[in-house]
Design a protein around this ligand. Structure first.
Ligand code: PEP
Ligand code: MN
Length: 407
């Protein structure tokens, strides 16, 4: 096992100097991983990280100032080479344009070149994220959770209350959503609340109740972790760790998730761009965990009719940019129970891989997010109403898979 990993690491090191960072970085992870004797499964996934790399191509274009001298052009070329990239320059009568070719994140090289006085403009062509990009991997990542596959040929619904409140509440929620066809149970034991005076969650006691609900219904558990200090604790009880919108750029937490051994549901930050979401996912994957699903849960805009503004176009945009599964949260995206079923239908139609929906046996008594929670009857009706859309989704997914296989 260790031999295979070393060979991969050395091979990458030899490609070119800028990859050395990754090689050492990843290599460092492996030493760490081996010390802790992580399973064969992890090694398979490590090969996923190391075995295939993005294709070589144009990474950025540098436009020199008009009438730049030969020395100035050579200085830029040398600097590009110093970062391990190759150059292809086009020399016009007045201006030289330099194409930078290579793999990897060009950010450091770009920043250095931008600071050179003879350079007029630098344009990045390759994305700053690698492992999560479609270029890196064409087929969708499939994530197996408690017997269910997310990113495969099933549309997966995750449902349950905003917070775990009591044994009775979580058991009734789990039974209700399981009966209606949900495959995973959601419920927060650690709650990120805007006010410090609001209910903060039942913490470990809540995690234990989630385990009871899993035993009773067989549903896998999706629950939030808010701090890198709690990752091991939450991973002991959960099948999927949810990273809330407010923690999307908590980089210490993202790094800790690389080694947690559980799939991640990464929610888009309240004011984050799609690219920032992908960069956060890149953190988790680069630190050793390829099982990341992304969640559109609405963003903050000037609109006040809904709690957040659902960026529905982010779903097909993500499907173009990344191989990671994409989940829609119609509950936080609207803040209103009456709007949830319509948005859920939109999610199916637009090609999400699943939904995460808040449902509560008595929403009027919910400690958090009651206004956006469906009761069990409403949830079951929504699931019923989704069926014809899910049938169309399945046909469309089968066509996409067949088309991808024929390329
Ligand atoms: C939640 O899922 O209950 C939650 C707090 O979500 P978000 O982080 O998207 O606000
Ligand atoms: Mn909530």
């Amino acid at each position: 096992m260790a031999g295979g990993v070393s060979v991969n690491a050395i091979r990458i090191e030899k490609i070119r100097p800028t990859r050395t960072e990754w090689a050492f970085f990843i290599f460092g992870q492996f030493i760490f991983v081996n010390d802790f004797r992580i399973s064969e499964k992890f090694c398979e996934r490590s090969t996923f990280l190391l075995g295939r790399g993005p294709r070589k191509g144009m990474a950025m274009i540098i436009s020199m100032k008009r009438h730049a001298t030969r020395e100035e052009i050579d200085a830029v070329t040398n600097q590009v080479n110093h970062f391990g990239y190759k150059v292809h320059s086009i020399e016009g009568e007045e201006r030289v344009v330099i194409g930078v070719v290579g793999v990897g994140d060009v950010t450091a090289c770009m920043e250095s070149i931008e600071a050179m006085p003879q350079v007029e403009n630098v344009m990045r062509i390759s994305a700053p994220y690698k492992f999560v990009s479609k270029e890196f991997r064409k087929e969708k990542t499939q994530i197996r959770v408690n017997g269910t596959v997310i990113g495969g040929d099933e549309f997966v619904v995750i449902a349950g209350p905003c917070s775990v409140e009591s044994e009775e509440q979580i058991l009734r929620s789990a039974e209700g959503v399981a009966k209606a066809g949900a495959k995973l149970l959601r419920g927060g034991a650690f709650k990120p609340r805007t006010s410090p005076y609001d209910f903060q969650g039942m913490e470990e006691e809540g995690l234990k109740l989630l385990q009871k609900a899993k035993k009773a219904t067989g549903l896998g558990i999706v629950t939030e972790v808010m701090s890198d200090r709690d990752v091991d604790l939450v991973a002991n009880y959960a099948d999927v760790l949810q990273i809330g919108a407010r923690n999307m750029q908590n980089f210490m937490l993202l790094k800790a998730l690389g080694k947690c051994g559980r799939p991640i549901l990464l929610k888009r930050g309240l004011s984050s761009t799609v690219k920032e979401l992908l960069m956060s996912a890149e953190y988790i994957v680069a630190h050793g965990n390829p099982d990341v699903m992304l969640c559109e849960r609405g963003i903050r805009t000037f609109e006040t009719v809904t709690r957040n503004t659902c960026d529905i176009a982010a779903i097909p945009a993500l499907n173009e940019l990344t191989h990671l599964p994409v989940i829609l949260d119609p509950s936080h995206a609207t803040g209103k129970r009456s709007l949830v079923p319509a948005l859920a239908r939109a999610g199916v139609a637009i090609g999400a891989d699943g939904l995460i929906v808040e449902a509560h046996p008595a929403p009027e008594k919910a400690i958090s997010d009651g206004a956006q929670s469906l009761d069990m009857f409403q949830f079951a009706r929504m699931m019923d109403d989704l069926k014809p859309y899910i049938d169309l989704w399945k046909a469309s997914r089968a066509r996409e898979v067949a088309a991808a296989a024929s390329i």
